[in-house]
Design a protein around this ligand. Structure first.
Ligand SMILES: NC(=O)c1ccc[n+]([C@@H]2O[C@H](COP(=O)([O-])OP(=O)(O)OC[C@H]3O[C@@H](n4cnc5c(N)ncnc54)[C@H](OP(=O)(O)O)[C@@H]3O)[C@@H](O)[C@H]2O)c1
Ligand SMILES: *[C@@H]1O[C@H](CO)[C@@H](O)[C@H](O)[C@H]1NC(C)=O
Ligand SMILES: *[C@@H]1O[C@H](CO)[C@@H](O)[C@H](O)[C@H]1NC(C)=O
Ligand SMILES: *[C@@H]1O[C@H](CO)[C@@H](O)[C@H](O)[C@H]1NC(C)=O
Length: 373
């Protein structure tokens, strides 16, 4: 009988996604330890937010059912990335680090973690969409058959739990020729434009729809963080790189911001929302134009691989196009490839939310567990 396997898990971030992930981890850990053929023991050895830390110097397991109370009661501050790497590298079993933050400093430390043999699963886009140099150092530090590095998976960094990254990797690795990737990559932008300009007519003014989306919790606390297009640009950077393009950064290609120039200097998100209606005329004009052409306006991103062209912004789509038919805050991603010809491979569904994003993270964790012996 094979020896039981023990894997240590360290979780950074306990927000919307982290919280759901911890629940899923609890479920996964109870299942895996009961596998009679090859039991695996998953131990949560560290849990941290930006202000509080739970861990023990001797790598004792934390209680997966009580983390919330114990974390709230902790008086220990978070570790720096370097101290965290040292603590995890000295653990007596293999470690998987789950980064549930959107912190750049932590992302910059990924090569350090990986070189020390620590594996990483994360929905954090920053590591994979900042400089091309960071991208290269992450993947050269990661395990690749020869080195001793950890494994790294980031399915939820694009399209939350939707199988976008694994599908693209498989297309590339099996030798298909990816020609174009196009889609709606932001749940916020999806919701906003599906309500601003639904197929069949209707919809309120642009500023009213932005306010409504914020009230319903579909935007970041400051809606400018969605409207500037950077989140979509980060996702396109990741996909373009996986398709083989050396994209330098998410600002090295055209990204249309929906923040009017005149409002770039607003001191707060509230002041911005107050004044946004002054600019409704421009969006209304675009809407009318689209109506006369039998089209709708949507905020999309695309990668044209042959032309090395990446862009993000508003485009018009025929009302019969799958992008026009999107509902709610769903994402849609179309892969145009040599094998799929004129009918692209399309992935569609919820592209945000704690549970589905956490599923992508938990799925990545399962992949790493299979690879760690
Ligand atoms: N929610 C979604 O639908 C979704 C979808 C796709 C991808 N993502 C990505 O998933 C990640 C997490 O999203 P979320 O919605 O869970 O965010 P969130 O609710 O803001 O939670 C972030 C968590 O990270 C912690 N944190 C931030 N900086 C830290 C640091 N330096 N050290 C330790 N902990 C730190 C925060 O701690 P404090 O509470 O102490 O600040 C908080 O617990 C982000 O990268 C996001 O872009 C989210
Ligand atoms: C980590 O992130 C995933 C996806 O964003 C989320 O489902 C999970 O709950 C998070 N885990 C923790 C411990 O914060
Ligand atoms: C990211 O985390 C580091 C410590 O890990 C902290 O010093 C820094 O302020 C954080 N950055 C942001 C933008 O929250
Ligand atoms: C494989 O890993 C080694 C050592 O970690 C690294 O030097 C090398 O560049 C990697 N090779 C590839 C193809 O990523």
């Amino acid at each position: 009988m094979p020896l039981p396997k023990q894997i240590f898990i360290a979780v950074i971030g306990a927000g919307g996604v982290g919280r759901c992930f911890l629940n899923q981890l609890h479920h996964l850990a109870s299942n895996l330890c009961q596998n009679p053929a090859a039991p695996t023991y998953l131990s949560l050895i560290l849990l941290s937010t930006s202000k509080k830390l739970l861990h023990s110097p001797d790598y004792r397991s934390l209680h997966l059912g009580l983390w919330e109370e114990e974390l709230a009661a902790s008086g220990t501050p978070a570790l720096s990335p370097t101290d965290l790497a040292d603590y995890l590298a000295n653990a007596p079993s293999k470690v998987v680090l789950v980064d549930n933050t959107s912190n750049q400093t932590l992302a910059d430390a990924y090569p350090l973690f990986l070189k020390k043999g620590i594996s990483i699963v994360t929905p954090n886009k920053k590591a994979f969409s900042s400089s091309y140099l960071l991208w290269k150092s992450i993947f050269s530090a990661a395990a690749n058959g020869s080195g001793a590095g950890g494994y790294v998976f980031h399915e939820s960094s694009v399209g939350a739990g939707l199988p976008v990254i694994c599908t693209l990797k498989e297309l590339v690795e099996t030798g298909d020729e990816v020609r174009k990737i196009e889609g709606v990559f932001s749940g916020t932008m999806s919701f906003l434009f599906n309500s601003f300009m639904p197929v069949g007519g209707g919809g309120g003014s642009f500023s009213a729809e932005v306010k409504r989306a914020k009230e319903l919790g579909y935007t970041e606390p400051d809606p400018r963080d969605d409207l500037n297009g950077l989140d979509v640009a980060r996702k396109l950077t990741i996909l373009a790189r996986l398709a083989g393009l050396e994209v330098e950064s998410p600002t090295s290609f055209p990204v249309q911001s929906l923040i009017p120039k005149e409002l770039e200097g607003c001191k707060s998100g509230d002041e911005f929302l107050e004044r946004l209606s002054e600019f409704d005329g421009k969006m209304e004009k675009l809407k009318k134009e689209a109506v006369t052409e039998g089209k709708v306006v949507r905020f999309v991103g695309s990668v044209d691989v042959a032309k090395k062209d990446v862009k993000v912004g508003l485009e018009k789509f025929d009302v019969s196009h799958p992008i026009a038919a999107l509902k709610g805050s769903d994402n849609i991603i179309s892969f145009y490839t040599k094998r799929y010809g004129d009918n692209p491979l399309i992935i569609q569904g919820a592209g945000a939310g704690g549970e589905v994003t956490a599923m992508g993270v938990t799925g990545d964790l399962i992949k790493v567990l299979r690879l760690l012996h």
